[in-house]
Structures are given as C-alpha cells and as structure tokens.
Design a binder for this molecule. Structure first.
Ligand code: URA
Length: 436
C-alpha cells in the first residue's frame, strides 16, 4: 500500500519486466492512477517498454482497453431514431492509416443510404498519412467541431457525420500515446490495439469494420504483423460487445490517384458521382458491404447507390449540415511541377511511403500538431501499378503554393517508381484477407 492506492507502480513494472501477467485490478489501478497523474511519466514509460518486450495476453489487453475506456466519457447511440421514428443501428469504420486513403469520405454517406447511422469521429493528420478532417476542411465553410446534440440530430436526419472526436474520449490513451511516441514504444501490438479500440468502444458504435493497412505506406509493414494486430482488435471488439470484423488491405502503393487534401475530396466526389479510380471504388463498396452486414442490414447494393446518385445526395446533405458548400470550387495549389516516366514499360511499383512523404513535404501534411496544412497541396498520379507507360509521359504532378518545396518532394520520389518490361504484372492485390 502507498499513499496513492493499493499498489506501488514499481512492483507492477517488475511483474511485467519479469514476464508475469497483470491482474484486472493491477491494470485498472495503473491506468486510472496514470491518468490522474499519480504514476510518474518515467514509470509508465518503463511499463510500456516491458509490455512491448514481454507482451500481454488477451485478458490483459481487454482489461487494459476497458481501463482506458473508463478513463473518460462514453457515447451512447442506442436511442437513435431516424426521421420516421425507427431505430438506427450504428456502424463505423477505422483505418490504420495510409497514403491517399480518402475512403471515409464516400463511405460514410454511402452506408447511411441504407438506414445505418455512421458516427465517424476522425482526426487530423500527422506525418505522411493525411487526416480525414484536414481533407474535409478543404471544403469552403465545412466545420469539424460538432456538439454532441448536433451530432445526434445530424445522425437522425442525414445518417452520417464525420467530425472531430471530443476531448474526453479515452483521455488515458491521449496521455499514453504522447508518451509512447517519445519513448520508442508505439510499435507494441497490445498497445496499438488497445489504443485504437478504446477510442472506438468509447464512441459507442454497435458494429465496427477495421481496415488494417499493410505495406510501405502503412504502420504495419508485413502481412504477419497486420494479421496479428487485426486479430487482437477483433477479439477486443468482441470482448466489448462491438460486432467487429477486419480487412487487411494493400498499402504498398497509394489508394487512388491523389494524395493531398482538396484533390482527395475531388476524387471522392468522382466516386460518389459513379466514377473514380477502380481501387477506391472497390474498397469503398467492399467496406460498405462489411459495415452493413456487421450492422445486420441485409439486401443492400452499395455499388448501385454510387451509380444512381443516392450516396451523392447524402454526401451533399452531410457537408451542408456542417456548414460546407458542396458546390463551392475547391482550393487549387498555386504552383505545379511534373515528374515524367524515365523509361517504357509496365509501372509495377509506385511506393506509397514516398508519395505520402512527398505530399507532406509539399504542404499537405504537418510535422507538428500546430502546423497549418495547404488545402491545395499534394501529389496527383497519372498512372498506377499495372499501367503501360512510355518514357517522357507525365507520371505525377506535384502541387504546392510554395515552389521551394518541389525539390524536397522530388528527392523522396527519386526511387519511388519501378518500371518493368512489357508483360510484367504488379505483385499486390488490394484486399488481402478478412478476419472475423
Ligand atoms: N493509432 C492509434 O490510435 N494508436 C496507436 O497506438 C497507433 C495508431
């Protein structure tokens, strides 16, 4: 017993350091005491490192997640009704983050077409993957901050809302994540899984589809690590009563033909208009079907709702409900610079990480939380893996308001492109595996 409670943090660290397992009481106390400020940062850093090295079993991860959920408020959508007074099941999607990943934009309105409520609490980007809110903020007038009451009203009336997560969902995670970031402990699968799932469970969704990205542009570089993360998160969802499934999807190359903010909105609107790049359409339709199945909505045809304009109608209402003008012209970068194909052949590789870092260097992303992003900046791709290209043909257009940024983007893209002799094929398929 010490002044702050029944345990001493140093004893808990010792159990994990020596490969032992923590009890539910150890975990509940540790997470609550850390959130209150009763465990020192260096002690939590040591415990995180012990967890990274020695792992946690399923019960420990579940209890760790539950303790993070209990550290803040939880939302409850169970009483949600549509305009006709009928109950609405909630269903949500989380992507572990990738380059050109604008899927939330067409997906949320598409799923809402079929009577589900889609409360998509999203974040801003940091580093080479863009943030959904940064993309939507390229739309003139659109606001990410929505009160809880406005969110409920919009879900009932429109069916979908994409907005900033309130400050008090899983505050333990916010503190822990900042600590992990500077202590080399982000990479632990138990800590990643509990971090992601605590926020989703606190958000109160009934069903959840996880898009776990694999490849150079993703957090998880190998299928084995991605599978382990997906299995851990699906188990956590099930333990918390959230109907959860996961897809492993390719992130060795960017999604679609754009990586940036306004240009990704433009591409999403193309998808909502029944066009758009085939990979973005395929992933949007597949995830929509999974979200609807997980919510118990049968007989939906998401591809038809993209073709016939129903998803576009919901998009327009969703944007307008948050102050955005769906008809306003999107910001355009002041300057551009074209990269040409160096040889004839088949484009077999276009590295996601390089394109993500290039878009970020061009001004589409931020290095520090307080940086301001350029709405028009990014990379527009003119060919994707599988395409036949000719030497001297445009491969990518770099976009920025600040032309001095082009050199840094070109530098990172220097080895991003692989061209092979005609007849070659790219190695990767988009949807790799389903885990339920
Ligand atoms: N995203 C999160 O929310 N948490 C992690 O730990 C890693 C990625």
């Amino acid at each position: 017993m010490n002044a702050q409670g029944p345990y001493a943090a140093v004893d808990i660290i010792g159990i994990k350091r020596d490969g032992g397992r923590l009890s539910a009481d150890h975990i509940a106390w540790t997470v609550a005491a850390y959130t209150r400020g009763d465990i020192a940062e260096e002690q939590m850093a040591a415990l995180n490192m012990a967890i990274l090295l020695n792992g946690m079993d399923r019960a420990e991860i579940s209890q760790w997640t539950a303790a993070m959920v209990a550290s803040g408020e939880t939302l409850d959508f169970s009483g949600l009704r549509n305009s006709a007074g009928a109950p609405m099941p909630t269903t949500d999607k989380h992507s572990t983050g990738g380059v050109g990943d604008k899927i939330t934009l067409p997906l949320a309105p598409l799923v809402a077409v079929f009577g589900a409520a889609v409360p998509q609490l999203s974040g801003r980007g940091l580093g080479h993957t863009g943030g959904t809110l940064d993309k939507l903020e390229a739309i003139p007038g659109w606001r990410a901050d929505v009160t809880h009451e406005a969110m409920l009203r919009q879900l009932g009336e429109v069916g979908a809302v994409v907005c900033a997560a309130g400050g008090n969902l899983a505050p333990a995670d916010k503190k822990l994540y900042a600590l992990r970031d500077v202590t080399g402990t982000v990479e632990s699968i138990p800590l990643i899984a509990s971090s992601i799932m605590s926020k989703k469970i606190a958000e109160g969704t009934g069903a959840l589809v996880l898009d776990v990205k694999v490849g150079s542009g993703a957090f998880m570089k190998t299928v084995e690590r991605a599978r382990e993360l997906a299995q851990t998160m699906v188990a956590l969802g099930q333990d918390a009563g959230v109907n959860t499934v996961a897809l492993l999807t390719d992130m060795s190359t960017p999604l679609g033909l754009t990586a940036g903010n306004a240009i990704e909105v433009e591409e999403s609107v193309e998808v909502l208009a029944g066009g758009g790049p085939p990979d973005v359409v395929e992933l949007t339709v597949t995830l929509a079907q999974e979200m609807l199945d997980a919510a118990g909505i049968r007989g939906a045809d998401p591809a038809a709702a993209l073709r016939d304009g129903r998803a576009m109608d919901v998009w327009r209402r969703m944007i307008a409900a948050q102050g955005g003008d769906p008809d306003a012209p999107l910001p355009v970068a002041r300057e551009s610079d074209v990269i040409y194909a160096p040889a004839d052949g088949v484009l077999v590789g276009l590295d996601a990480m390089a394109v993500g870092v290039a878009a970020w260097r061009l001004g589409a992303g931020r290095a520090r939380k307080e940086d301001i992003v350029q709405a028009g900046a990014g990379v527009r791709m003119h060919a994707k893996p599988g395409a036949l290209v000719r030497a001297g043909e445009p491969l990518m257009t770099l976009l920025s308001d600040t032309p001095e940024k082009f050199a840094g983007a070109r530098e990172v893209l220097a080895d991003a492109v692989t061209i092979a002799p005609e007849g070659s094929r790219p190695a990767n398929q988009l949807i790799i595996e389903r885990i339920a």
